[in-house]
Design a protein around this ligand. Sequence first.
Ligand code: AMP
Length: 423
Amino acid sequence: MNVLVIGGGGREHALVWKIAQSPLVEQIFCAPGNAGIAGLAHCVDLQVDDVDGLLAFAQKQQIGLTVVGPELPLTLGLVDRFREAGLVAFGADQKAALIEGSKSFSKDLMAKYGVPTAAYGTFTDVAQAREFIRRQGAPIVVKADGLAAGKGVIIARTEAAAIAAVEDILCDGAFGAAGSRVVIEEFLEGEEASFLAFTDGTIVLPLASSQDHKAAYDGDTGPNTGGMGAYSPAPVVTPEIHDKIIEQVLKPTIAGMAAEGRPYSSILYAGVMIKDGQLKVLEFNARFGDPETQPLLARLKSDIVPVLLACAQGDLSGIELEWHDKAAVCVVMAAGGYPGNYEKGLPITGLEMAAAIQDLTVFHAGTSEKDGKVVTAGGRVLGVTGWGSTVAEAIDKAYEGVRAIRWPEVHYRTDIGRKALNR
Ligand code: AMP
């Protein structure tokens, strides 16, 4: 079978890497891919929002399975278009993708179906938003309603900062149409975890637990990013918390989506905040998380292709997931300045040295090839992923890889996975 993966980040490199191990697969194409993916798949020069171009390509190449990585093509209805054309596509359809595409929709869904989440209000009017902030006090969290590439969430320490964020979004159009509405919510304390599950709308097939590190700098300081590293398993997800996430979050959410006429058959990502054995949902994503997918797929023993096919066809019965009994840690190496402005086109050295290290794989995120050399091409550049029999061993392995790799102004956190050791 020929497979098409849509996207070009670390998540897609991990997906391509895992799919390439399947005996069911002949050729893999990836659009647009990156310099690392190019070693495993044919990279196709089509952007993720070029739905017409991607559909024409899939038809021409007789693609048997298309796997969508990022959220944008999901919300644009790529999966609907592919299925209308008789193609098998893994990903949420347009109606289901609203769970990520609109934060106010997902908050209202949670409220309606009793899924625990932070108290909130939704506003299009600045005066009302200001009034709400004054009543609630700070700290408080302001979120642009629509897709904002992971940048639409502002944790405001003061009322003034919250009001400024609302004005930026509603009046100054900081996030364009994604900011025509804001969700303002209670600030939650605790420890975050990422919980992903495949579902066909009825069966829930959870992946192993994982934890992302959103903040740019060590000790969870600095601005939020797309994610600076992740590890799996995450001990904060105890067996009790695991069961609570399935019973209190995933099952009612999936049933709620069906009841709303938006049946959900894909991977569902719940970001949860855990405190004193209780949990509240921070957000849903209608896709694999990045970087969590990198350590998760590094631990997945089962062939992923039958799982993706079954999910795309809406029937997960008989499908099980087997995991390697080891930990994996992914450290993101980012461009200096990320998540703000950064330079591109800087040559990366040490990739061969890292490739020679056992129990390590380097997933590329923002890279491209120039004059035969791999150069930086994005904010998050690499996801250096190490294995070990414990999280501590996997941390050592990942940082051994990180130390082998260099480019000017490279930036990475030095404490990825440390929270697991503190438990
Ligand atoms: P979201 O995209 O909604 O998950 O927000 C991105 C990140 O912002 C989360 O992973 C948290 O680190 C943080 N965050 C979001 N909502 C809250 C909240 N209500 N309280 C505390 N932190 C939050």
